[in-house]
Design a binder for this molecule. Structure first.
Ligand code: AMP
Ligand code: MG
Length: 500
């Protein structure tokens, strides 16, 4: 959509296409709650790509009015800001009521991407802030902004991020930092924890209204079903999406870090970026969250944790469902959906388009060799893609991959099996396919850290440049070759905790 031809509207004149969806649910679900001003504010980064995708007039969003609205200093005309209530299990323990403690939805609007909820994260206290200040710091806001869009660039379902605004207003964490607000965008921010909330409080009517809202707004194909059949089909759909999401996370080496049930989206979106990490050296036991002392959310445990979380959702839906059996049957599908989805992703990473019995063993053997030598996850797959492409005409094509291993004989043995499996497949086309599957760029911790340090010094250039690169992570971007390399020594000393 060419927005430049549109007249320049002011906030006062523009008719915002509000389209309340979750917002139509009653007071039991949310409270009206205006943002708390954060003056003086400034732009940190803006996602022009998303702006165009939404089809909203670019001029409108880049105005002073927009800066005011997206920092929480003014309300968009017609906006009904609200915070929603949810509960959840945190680190495997029932945590009771939580809710949007620092996220305020401005409302849902009709866009070219469908109805989207526009949410300010860090816009001040809400009725659910408990002891929190309702704020977010610049550091974590930049991380969320970049990570959301990195996931989008990788083709992984996620909430999106429209912009970050900042302010010199102090925010106190382990040390004094400054405040920022991320504007998040998603068709829905409904979490497993929303369902758990009403189930735990015995509010069956609200539980049903929430389930019907999700079906009507997001899974309309299930509307002809009634009662048990409808809610089980919904659970089945959430299970399917979650299984697919976990396969995608594992296939790019993404660790979420806080897979509590209140951070799980019923739409199967990656949600709530906190101490996440895209892994550097491959280690299945990798724990990215410094506060996760038991490693509950270690990389290799994520698929199992997702299944555990789905059980919490299933349990929460029980009051709407006749008998346990259909719930268990819906959940049971995870056990086949997830491995199938993961096998498919890993085969694609190896450039295999058909299925053979030994494929899983071939993948496992490579991962074991990578684990033994802590080989960089992203660099390995990218070099392998190039090697397959080059092997069409070069004898030594696999050398750059081999160089990543200390135990080179282990890689050599694996390569012989792999080449046998590739057989007579056209190496160039397989390699090209792999280069579209295995990204060159991921949001490594140290890249985020460098962008944050510059931003703290008032230079937002790297945030914007990283955003542009991460939007097309399979492209070469020769000007940013350094961002595709191995993590520097100092990267291993970066400690990311829940503090944000
Ligand atoms: P998280 O682990 O970031 O997903 O947060 C867990 C819960 O704590 C959610 O209910 C958040 O809204 C709430 N929360 C986190 N940080 C703050 C804060 N600074 N102020 C108020 N609530 C917060
Ligand atoms: Mg959360």
């Amino acid at each position: 959509m060419n927005t430049s031809a549109l007249p320049l509207p002011t906030n006062a004149a523009y008719h915002w296409p509000w389209h309340p969806s979750f917002g139509r649910l009653g007071d039991a679900f949310q409270r009206l709650c205006p943002p708390t001003p954060l003056a003086p504010s400034h732009w940190v980064a803006c996602n022009h790509h998303l702006l165009t995708q939404l089809g909203l007039p670019a001029e409108l969003w880049l105005s002073q009015d927009a800066l005011d609205a997206l920092s929480g200093n003014a309300l968009l005309p017609g906006s009904t800001p609200r915070a929603s209530v949810y509960s959840g299990h945190q680190f495997g323990v029932w945590a009771g009521q939580l809710g949007d403690g620092r996220a305020i939805s401005l409302g849902e609007i009709d866009t070219l991407l469908g109805v989207q909820d526009i949410q300010l994260k860090g816009a001040g206290p809400t009725p659910y802030s408990r002891r929190g200040d309702g704020r977010a710091v610049l550091r974590s806001s930049i991380r969320e902004f970049l990570a959301s869009e990195a996931m989008y660039g990788l083709g992984i379902p996620t909430t999106r991020a429209l912009c970050v605004t900042g302010s010199p207003t102090p925010v106190y964490r382990e040390e004094r930092e400054t405040a920022a607000v991320v504007t998040r965008v998603a068709p829905s921010f409904v979490r497993f924890g929303h369902f758990e909330h009403f189930a735990a409080n015995g509010q069956t009517q609200e539980l049903r209204a929430l389930a019907d809202h999700v079906v009507q707004s997001h899974f309309p194909e299930l509307l002809p079903l009634q009662d048990t059949a409808r809610y089980c089909a919904m659970l089945q759909e959430v299970t399917r999406r979650t299984a697919g999401l976990m396969a995608q996370w594992q296939a790019v080496g993404f660790c979420h870090g806080v897979m509590n049930t209140d951070n799980m989206s019923v739409l199967g979106l990656t949600l709530d970026y906190g101490p996440f990490q895209f892994m550097d050296g491959f280690d299945p036991g990798h724990i990215c969250n410094h506060s996760d002392t038991s490693g509950r959310y270690a990389y290799a445990r994520q698929p199992q944790v997702a299944y555990w979380n789905l059980f919490c959702l299933g349990q929460a839906l029980m009051p709407l469902i006749d008998g346990q059996e259909p719930v268990l049957a819906a959940l049971e599908t995870y056990k086949t959906l997830f491995p199938e989805a993961l096998d498919q992703r890993m085969r694609a990473k190896l450039g295999l388009t058909d299925t053979h019995d030994g494929d899983r063993a071939l993948v496992e053997a490579l991962l074991q060799a990578m684990q033994q030598d802590r080989v960089d996850f992203t660099v390995l797959w990218r070099r392998l893609s190039h090697a397959v492409y080059e092997s069409a005409h070069l004898n030594q094509a696999f050398e750059p991959v081999r160089d990543l291993f200390m135990h080179r004989e282990v890689f050599d043995a694996w390569r012989i099996q792999y080449e046998a499996r590739l057989g007579s497949a056209d190496r160039r086309s397989v390699g090209q396919q792999m280069l579209r599957t295995n990204p060159k760029f991921i949001l490594r911790n140290h890249l985020g850290e460098m962008a944050i340090r510059q931003a703290k010094a008032g230079d937002f250039g790297m945030v914007q440049a990283l955003l542009n690169v991460l939007h097309s992570p399979y492209d070469e971007h020769p000007a940013h070759e350094g961002w595709a390399g191995l993590a520097p020594e100092w990267a291993s000393s970066i400690e990311i905790s829940c503090s944000s």
